[in-house]
Ligand binder design. Sequence first.
Ligand code: ATP
Length: 322
Amino acid sequence: MIELVGVEKHFAGQPVVHPLSLTIKEGEFLTLLGPSGCGKTTILRMIAGFEQPSKGQIMLEGTDLTNLPPNRRDLNLVFQHYALFPHMTVEDNIAFGLKMKKMPLKEQRERVQEAVTMTQLNQLVKRYPHQLSGGQQQRVAIARAIANKPKVLLLDEPLGALDLQLRKNLQSELKHLQRSLGITFVYVTHDQEEAMMLSDRIVIMNNGRVEQIGTPREIYATPTTLFSATFVGENNIFSQDGRLFAVRPEKLRAVRNTEEVKRTGEVLDVLYLGSIHKLIVQLDDEPMTVSIVFDFTDNRPWEIGEKVGVDWNDQDEVVIGS
Ligand code: ATP
């Protein structure tokens, strides 16, 4: 559906996006995930046409978009700051793009109605943006984008300005909406949980480079670089005989017997985090702590300062590069 071929971006001679080749499939929910400044927004803006690549090509369904202006591309962009028109009602905001295209009035009404229903804005169509909550405004921005029926929707941290609860609600709504519309979504976020929950595939970015591309499951189970191993979920990184491997906290076992275990240490902290419980253990002979998810139904609670054996199964070691 979308193909980036050797796309690069430099600002004032400084590389911000290193050569990137990526194929995005039709109907896919693809997320660019990475810390602030890693180049996610720049990639999205190049796909949208607001930024020219310094090198490389961007194709949509086999057609080269690289030199087409944004309004000639069959895609829509939704930002974190939703940029609604303050003097227009919700329905006029949603209809705006359709009016610009001079779509017949009857079809405009149908498209608006469909978008309003999908985003559950039926009760709010006559209101103005200042009479809406942040989450409702964001839904209007999404409704306005889907009313255009673009082939691709580009979303740049669309839930970034919302509080946690609302963000969680809108995450599931977005996923549902994407499935029912069948539109390709390219989504930017720095929130790894959000990326895991929404995406078919995730592209992990760091410093303008791709670290790993994979399904949420692949990225969690088999991170290929140190950065992916520690950016998505928690990991314990061990180094032994010149090789580096990661073991997830839920794959480590804390045992009272300190014989015949892979490591020994001392309990530094016991954390009760609601649904899970964690031990932080300072290892003997190594300047590192490990994090272990433990079963709360253990007969005797762990105490700070207690000696502890740390063990795991060999097959739970994930060997990573650097
Ligand atoms: P965030 O999550 O904070 O939005 P991001 O991963 O989306 O970050 P980008 O906005 O793509 O990152 O920026 C990548 C790098 O490019 C940053 O170091 C930024 O300062 C730089 N940059 C972006 N736009 C320009 C510009 N127009 N001129 C010069 N440098 C820029």
